[in-house]
Design a protein around this ligand. Structure first.
Ligand SMILES: NC(=O)c1ccc[n+]([C@@H]2O[C@H](COP(=O)([O-])OP(=O)(O)OC[C@H]3O[C@@H](n4cnc5c(N)ncnc54)[C@H](O)[C@@H]3O)[C@@H](O)[C@H]2O)c1
Ligand SMILES: O=c1ccn([C@@H]2O[C@H](COP(=O)(O)OP(=O)(O)O[C@H]3O[C@H](CO)[C@@H](O)[C@H](O)[C@H]3O)[C@@H](O)[C@H]2O)c(=O)[nH]1
Length: 480
């Protein structure tokens, strides 16, 4: 029986391995992690991450050919294929701080693999890493190998949170990069056979190592660039009376452009886009390509601009101050159908409002109070253009209340912000909300989920990203 071990039981390692176990009953899959609470959660009824469809997959395979364990070394020792899916965050200090990927976790995993291995293994980069990482990993493995042969493959993951299981069942492509040697090609073939259990062969692409590594960064940069492009247009729409939804629709009808990923928003979030673009920027700089680096940096600058713009619209329409006013925040996760808050624009918007001394009442169906408090008291890494936020102490933020109901959050509020596009926000009884809010009652829709006309009929003053402006806002400054 082929044995797979995956180091890192996170948003990628957990769902990816669960799907491999489901689709390949003859392969034994162990997912290992240094975090005891995380592994305990994977072994319980309360999985550590919320992802539609995940629970069913885990329930079917767990204990059969899918195992979650903290015994990292034992499972690595036994495995034929070792996936590494550990964190690769942005470096916060030292060389490349604020841009380069921090490969500490990766390096320590590689050293441990070399230490405990007694048989040849395929080591698979599942984490998103800078191009050329495989070369460094190879050096670590071979210098410590005691004669054991390792083949490194790059097999980046393209799943999106909230649709992870769907994406894994039916991926647009699986990408496997390896060395162009006979041993490298053999390793590619071995991994290809795993995916071929359910992915059509012509969708399994094989490349050299560097193309696979770079394709992952490139894909995320292209995706984020689309959002920054439409968000840049949203500002122009507000200035001219165009409607960004209509513009996106018309633009997306061009088959060369396509309709997906053109929703204007308060900004993109998630653990990947910003981190991976910064990483790309750093690689460009290191390779003497400052113009290319600047080009991609702009995607992040527009994203920051969009978040700032949203806060400024809000404050300027509420008589230029939100001090002591209650503002309801509907949605905190970085997108719907996930409880993940990494780099969520809600953090920036909330910190911006707190900086102006607002009182916040936050509701998100999947994010806990503890998580929200941690996010709002944590420091962000320094970035070289203006950030809305002052560092705050890592204690409870007193002006923030977290509630478990949108109606509770909006009760007696002066304004409400929609920051995540949860389906339930479309179905809210806005008349009831209006009746219970202070007047004038403001809605700031950062996700274009509300029916603007209907809300204006009720009596709300409505700002919705990239939509024709409410008469109330027309003469107000909207500087970012
Ligand atoms: N989240 C996504 O949607 C997504 C999608 C594609 C790619 N990626 C990439 O995949 C990688 C993992 O992302 P994630 O979202 O799953 O992160 P995560 O934080 O959810 O999971 C990473 C896990 O690795 C564990 N870990 C770290 N060092 C370890 C070690 N030495 N030994 C054992 N366990 C260790 C951590 O405890 C953590 O549980 C990142 O490189 C990310 O960029 C993420
Ligand atoms: O038209 C759009 C589409 C998305 N977003 C926002 O963009 C962010 C990222 O969304 P999405 O890409 O759907 O989720 P992620 O889980 O971050 O997935 C991205 O990042 C992963 C990690 O690398 C990749 O594997 C995926 O392919 C890539 O889509 C979220 O804040 C979304 O709200 C918009 O604002 N407008």
């Amino acid at each position: 029986m082929v044995k797979i071990c995956c180091i890192g039981a996170g948003y990628v390692g957990g769902p990816t391995m669960a799907v491999i176990a489901l689709k390949c009953p003859k392969i034994e899959v162990a997912v290992v992690d240094i975090s005891v609470p995380r592994i305990n959660a994977w072994n319980s009824d309360q999985l550590p991450i919320y992802e539609p469809g995940l629970e069913d997959v885990v329930k079917e395979c767990r204990g059969r050919n899918l195992f979650f364990s903290t015994d990292v070394e034992k499972h690595v020792f036994e495995a034929d294929i070792v996936f590494v899916s550990v964190n690769t965050p942005t470096k916060t200090r030292g060389l490349g701080a604020g841009k380069a990927a921090d490969l500490t976790y990766w390096e320590s995993a590689a050293r441990m693999i070399a230490d405990v291995s007694k048989s040849d293994k395929i080591v698979v980069e599942k984490s998103t890493v800078p191009v050329k990482t495989a070369e460094a990993i190879e050096k670590i493995l071979t210098h410590n190998s005691k004669g054991i042969k390792f083949q490194i493959l790059s097999n980046p993951e393209f799943l999106a949170e909230g649709t992870a299981i769907k994406d894994l069942f039916n991926p647009d492509r699986v990408l496997i990069g390896g060395r162009e040697t006979p041993e490298g090609q053999k390793a590619i073939q071995t991994l290809k056979e795993v995916y071929a259990h359910w992915v059509p062969e012509d969708q399994i692409l094989t490349t050299n190592l560097w193309s696979a590594e770079l394709s992952k960064l490139a894909a995320n940069a292209f995706l984020a660039q689309r959002i920054s492009s439409v968000n840049a247009m949203s500002a122009l729409c507000e200035a001219t009376g165009a409607d960004v939804t209509q513009v996106s629709f018309a633009v997306g009808k061009d088959s060369r452009i396509g309709p997906k990923f053109l929703n204007a928003s308060v900004g993109f979030g998630g653990s990947c886009f910003q981190k991976d673009i910064l990483n790309l920027v750093y690689i460009c700089e290191c390779n003497g390509l400052p113009e290319v680096a600047e080009y991609w940096k702009q995607v992040i600058k527009i994203n920051d601009y969009q978040k700032n713009r949203f806060v400024n619209r809000l404050v300027s329409s509420m008589f230029n101050t939100v001090a002591t006013k209650k503002i309801a925040i509907l949605g905190f996760a970085f997108k719907k159908d996930t409880g993940d808050t990494r780099e969520t624009p809600a953090i920036d918007v909330c910190k911006g409002l707190l900086g102006d001394k607002a009182r916040l009442s936050i509701y998100d169906p999947q994010v806990t109070e503890d998580q929200i408090q941690r996010d709002l008291s944590m420091k962000k890494f320094d970035w070289d253009h203006p950030l809305h936020l002052q560092p705050m102490s890592p204690t409870t933020v007193k002006q923030v209340g977290v509630v478990w109901d949108a109606y509770e959050a909006t009760k007696d509020a002066h304004g409400l912000c929609i920051l995540t596009e949860w389906d339930e926000f479309k179905k809210l009884d806005f008349q009831r909300i209006y009746d219970n809010m202070q007047k004038p009652a403001f809605v700031f829709d950062g996700r274009n989920v509300v029916n603007v006309d209907k809300l204006r009929e009720i009596g709300f003053i409505v700002y919705s990203i990239g939509k024709p402006l409410d008469a109330w806002l027309k003469d107000l400054p909207a500087v970012a």
